[in-house]
Design a protein around this ligand. Structure first.
Ligand SMILES: N[C@@H](CCC(=O)N[C@@H](CS)C(=O)NCC(=O)O)C(=O)O
Length: 203
């Protein structure tokens, strides 16, 4: 199978962490939708990465669906619990990670504009609030536990890890560690995990 995407995309990293955890071989094709010669739209009508191209040519997107596909394809190690309530909880963590990443993408992209073209301060405040509230929910739900959900590593930990890693990568002025000691501790452990190390984008 092939994965189209850019190493810097948080959603691509989420999928690469899952692929590494499940030890699935794949070809990583670096393709940025913003490049004029990008082929992403040929595989995903929405023109977004990540896109997974299966061996028979069928495509899977977006990252939430790709993760679900990979979980079904290679069930071990299990990253999404089988039981209904646990499954929904883990998917909620995924939604939190995606939502923090969504707001972080918007802010970091807008910061690349000239000052005159940037969005108003109220827009920035709104996006930053989404990030702060998302982190506060993660901190509260993690509490004193070793894992983000249940008693073992799951997609919930991946969600926290890729969102926090992306924040560090593109909005390094966000001092999330001071107010989120449980997330800080969890992230320290996640960052040295093999799947996180191999998928970490170069600076
Ligand atoms: N919800 C999607 C988000 C994908 C997404 O927004 N990817 C960005 C890269 S970080 C993208 O492809 N942007 C190009 C565009 O929107 O045209 C997912 O989880 O896969």
């Amino acid at each position: 199978m092939k994965l189209l995407g850019s190493p810097g995309s948080p959603y691509v990293r989420k999928v690469r962490i899952v692929l590494a955890e499940k030890r699935i071989n794949y070809e990583f094709i670096i393709d940025r939708p913003s490049n004029p010669d990008s082929r992403v739209a040929q595989y995903n009508p929405l023109g977004k990465i990540p896109v997974l191209v299966r061996d028979d040519g069928r495509t899977v997107y977006d990252s939430v669906v790709i993760v679900e596909y990979l979980e079904g394809l290679v069930p071990e190690p299990r990253l999404i619990p089988a039981s209904f309530e646990d499954r929904i909880e883990v998917k909620r963590w995924e939604a939190l990670g995606d939502g923090i990443a969504d707001a972080t993408v918007l802010v970091s992209h807008d910061l690349r504009e000239t000052e005159a073209q940037r969005k108003p301060a109220a827009w920035y405040a709104k996006q930053r609030q989404k990030i702060q509230r998302g982190l506060a929910a993660m901190e509260r739900d993690l509490g004193t536990r070793d894992f983000c959900h249940g008693g073992s590593f799951s997609l919930a930990d991946i969600a926290a890890g890729f969102a926090l890693g992306y924040l560090d990568h593109v909005l390094s002025d966000t001092d999330w560690r001071a107010e989120h000691p449980a997330l800080k501790k969890r992230f320290e452990r996640l960052a040295v995990r093999e799947s996180f190390v191999v998928s970490k984008p170069a600076v």
